[in-house]
Design a protein around this ligand. Structure first.
Ligand SMILES: [Zn+2]
Length: 54
């Protein structure tokens, strides 16, 4: 098996990666991906917004 990031030999310490650096790279990609999932790009206001007409 080879490192999914740089295709080098895998280090048992950092399986399935070859180094901590590649593990961090993968983690970063994963986090970015998870941040990109939310549909609403803008933050939704969570303050109370009573629908009563005034
Ligand atoms: Zn690597």
């Amino acid at each position: 098996m080879s490192c999914p990031i740089c295709a080098k030999e895998t280090d048992p310490k950092y399986r399935p990666f070859c180094s901590k650096r590649c593990a961090d790279v993968d983690l970063g990609r994963w986090l970015k991906g998870s941040y990109a999932i939310p549909v609403a790009p803008e933050e939704e206001p969570t303050e109370e917004d009573p629908p009563l007409p005034h």
